[in-house]
Design a protein around this ligand. Structure first.
Ligand code: BES
Ligand code: MN
Ligand code: ZN
Length: 498
């Protein structure tokens, strides 16, 4: 979709969208449009349910007196309640509405509602961002889609005062959307196409943006003693990989933020095999690695003034004659030994070695790790929020605040010695699962915590419930959400760049 910011409306706008505030208050360009159509908007409002509440849309079909093919009136909400994320939601809803009505072009006539906390150029840029995010499709494997089933809007024109400033704001957001789209692509790809080596190959493309990309194969990881990660990939015909992506946009010598992701390109459970029903979902068990890769693209794309290193552990968890067995003991890069009780608790086995590598090589100022780690987090939080496990309250609050701004919500979960005890093994330093099903997400987090060195700020974000959406929302079509990309971007902007 082409997106342009201009100061005055084009002569053939296609579908037009204008804005209202609550209690049927038309904003200036909506009022002017109403005048041009002979008061049809006001008349339709008077007789209908539309009041200008945030998210509401009312359409005027075949309008007389304007060159538009259709007029949509959208509720922006009360000026004092406007937030960037809610404005994005309105933009997303308008795009979906225009596609539903088979419009080829969409033109937004943007005004700020009275008392708006956001400037008009920010509203304009956020509307465009929401529409862009909503426009995502993964259709490369459809060969027979009927034209009428495809989205129609090919051009979005945003008419606003201060168009130049809006364009500039949008350029930064567009870089983030590019990162989101990369993540959605990676997460959507089928597991026969996206496996450790082909995933690593896609990461290499970030070098174009100035990211330094290094890929380690099994031989290199064996030398480093990453026995825990390698054990997981041992039953797969595909070679395991670790990818290290460095963005150095900050001061030289400033310790980087490390972002770490679980990249299980397919999780069968291994010898502790999962049941068949729904197993295909485990193609997106690399959602954490996908988010890290997209976040690196976003930061590099907008040239963030910060040092950030992204590290992802890529494996495939398969049952095989050579697969690791329940009962095996592996030695992690940290030197700690692990009794593998359940080969389906593989994510933590991958992540612990990546965490150790990150700390030994980069001494990061903090670590944020994303993983589709446990089904139990879906039981606890559903699909609304990701579970946040953190050893530092200030860090945890900052992550929560960043997430709230971009609509990637977090809920902090507890940690503690009593949970750690669940991991006691009879023959090794720890077992890879707790006993029974109690506190499954917390025991997984406690496992990871054993690999945090020097009490450095560490956050584990369990995205098993949020990496994929079966229903979608105002800015996200159903499918891969790219949860985590915007959270990292916002956290970096608010805490490392300012
Ligand atoms: N990848 C799964 C977790 C998962 C489940 C992600 C559902 C997304 C949706 C993970 O590797 C796993 O299998 N976890 C087990 C842990 C158990 C064996 C302790 C689980 O959650 O059942
Ligand atoms: Mn598993
Ligand atoms: Zn898994």
């Amino acid at each position: 979709m082409q997106i342009a910011f201009v100061e005055s409306a084009p002569s053939s706008p296609g579908g037009l969208a204008v804005f209202a505030a609550p209690e049927r208050k038309l904003l200036p360009q909506a009022a002017a449009t109403d005048k041009a159509v002979g008061g049809a908007i006001a008349a339709a409002m008077a007789g209908g349910r539309f009041t200008g509440k945030q998210g509401q849309i009312m359409a005027l079909l075949a309008p007389r007196g304007v060159s538009a093919t259709r007029v949509a009136v959208a509720g922006l909400g009360e000026g004092k309640d406007l937030r960037p994320r809610t404005v994005e939601g309105v933009g997303g809803a308008l795009l979906a509405d225009a596609n539903g009505a088979a419009q080829k072009k969409l033109t937004l006539l943007v005004d700020a509602p009275p008392g708006s906390k956001l400037k008009v150029e920010e509203i304009a840029a956020r509307l465009a961002m929401g529409a862009l995010l909503r426009s995502y499709r993964f259709d490369k494997y459809r060969t027979k889609e009927k034209p009428e089933a495809k989205p129609t809007v090919a051009g979005l024109t945003v008419v606003t005062k201060n168009a130049a400033q809006a364009r500039k704001l949008f350029a930064g957001l567009k870089a983030v959307a590019d990162g989101v789209f990369l993540t959605r692509d990676l997460v959507s790809e089928p597991p026969n196409v996206l496996y450790p080596a082909s995933f690593a190959q896609r990461c290499r493309q970030l070098t174009k943006l100035g990211v330094k990309v290094e890929v380690l194969g099994e031989a290199a990881m064996r030398k480093l003693g990453m026995g825990s990660l390698l054990g997981v990939g041992q039953g797969s015909a595909r070679e395991s990989q670790m990818v290290v992506m460095r963005w150095e946009g900050g001061k030289r010598g400033d310790k980087p933020l490390a972002i770490i992701g679980k990249g299980v390109c397919f999780d069968t459970g291994g010898i502790s095999l999962k049941p068949a029903g729904g197993m295909e979902d485990m193609k997106w068990d690399m959602g954490g690695a996908g988010a890290v890769t997209g976040a690196m693209m976003a930061l590099a794309g907008r040239k963030a003034k910060a040092n950030v290193v992204g590290l992802i552990g890529l494996v495939e968890n398969m049952p095989d004659g050579n697969a690791q067995r329940p009962g095996d003991v592996v030695t992690s890069m940290s030197g700690q030994t692990i009794e593998v009780i359940n080969t389906d608790a593989e994510g933590r086995l991958v992540l612990c070695d990546v965490m150790t590598y990150a700390q030994k090589n980069f001494a990061p100022r903090a670590m944020i790790e994303f993983s589709t780690l446990t089904g139990a987090i879906i039981i606890a939080l559903g699909h609304e929020r990701a579970g946040l496990f953190c050893n530092n309250t200030d860090f945890s609050n900052k992550l929560r605040d960043a997430g709230a701004k971009v609509g990637e919500k977090l809920w902090r979960m507890p940690l503690g010695d009593a949970y750690d005890k669940l991991l006691t093994s009879d023959i090794a330093d720890m077992r890879n699962v707790g006993t029974g099903r109690d506190a499954g997400s917390i025991s997984a987090a406690q496992f990871l915590k054993r690999f945090v060195e020097n009490d450095r700020p560490w956050a584990h974000i369990d995205i098993a419930g949020t990496a994929w959406s079966s229903k979608g929302d105002d800015t996200t079509p159903k499918g891969a959400t790219a949860y985590g990309v915007r959270l990292v971007d916002q956290y970096v902007a608010d805490n490392l760049e300012s």
